[in-house]
Ligand binder design. Sequence first.
Ligand code: NAP
Length: 286
Amino acid sequence: MQDQARIIDGKAAAAALRAEIGLEIAAIKSAGGSVPGLHVVLVGDDPASRVYVASKERLAAEIGMNSVAHRLPAETSEAELLAKIEALNADDSVDGILVQLPLPKHINSGAIIDAIDPAKDVDGLHPINAGRLAGGKEGLVPCTPLGCMLLLRQVLPTLAGLEAVVIGRSELVGRPVAQLLLQADCTVTIAHSRTRDLASVVRRADIVVAAVGRPHFVRADWIKPGATVIDVGINRLPDGKLTGDVDFAQALNVAGAITPVPGGVGPMTIACLLRNTLTAFRARRG
Ligand code: NAP
């Protein structure tokens, strides 16, 4: 019988990344420089979004960033939000702008994302940054995909030549993570709801990234023995517990390494937001 899979500890990896960024900010401060500024904009009072924004604000402040949350009422119009973005774009002390999604239905999210200065787009969703990623050029990369890659590199120092299957093709996760895997010289397949015989597609993968949003969707008998599994899914079960897209308990007996949910990719997302803010700061201010 094979040993149980190594569990990739995203909480520890995220804490280490935040500590590393904190040290860099301390060094900038002690050299007399101004610190990176992260501005998060929240419209309305969606409870989950409020929790996310509060965590981003707290973790950014903890590592010495200038962390500001702009909480706007649910009735804010698209024009008012655009004016807010314009003001943040023009403010030189602002290095990163993140608009918490989803926005209220009366606001066109695409128009808001397009209005963010690409140099301050720390969520990596602006079409210019998405285009840079697709073209294999440097730019700001979406936080969750970046987190997936950092976790993968903890267990697989060399990715070149490996077969990677990404399940999901969203702009937020599936597509960008596939681009990053391609940049790392993996042979990449993107699967989606129209993929035929998904089980056999997944079975050939050395790396499986699941970003579907369905609890326990990826079964253990789809996984090639020894494969590395990155579970991006966050699903709430009827009993209130969180679970991923992969049947974790069974997959432990087949995979070589696997991320848990919670405690895997999730914590890396905010840590990568902070990293992107530092990257944006360095690119803008030298
Ligand atoms: P999404 O926009 O709903 O995309 C889901 C993808 O899954 C789509 O591309 C869809 O295919 C595909 N899919 C759905 N049913 C399928 C099936 N039966 N077989 C194969 N593919 C199927 O979701 P998302 O924003 O990418 O998020 C995915 C999951 O990750 C969610 O659980 C979300 O909560 C989680 N998430 C976690 C983090 C984090 O920080 N850990 C961040 C973002 C998202 P089609 O395109 O064909 O419809």
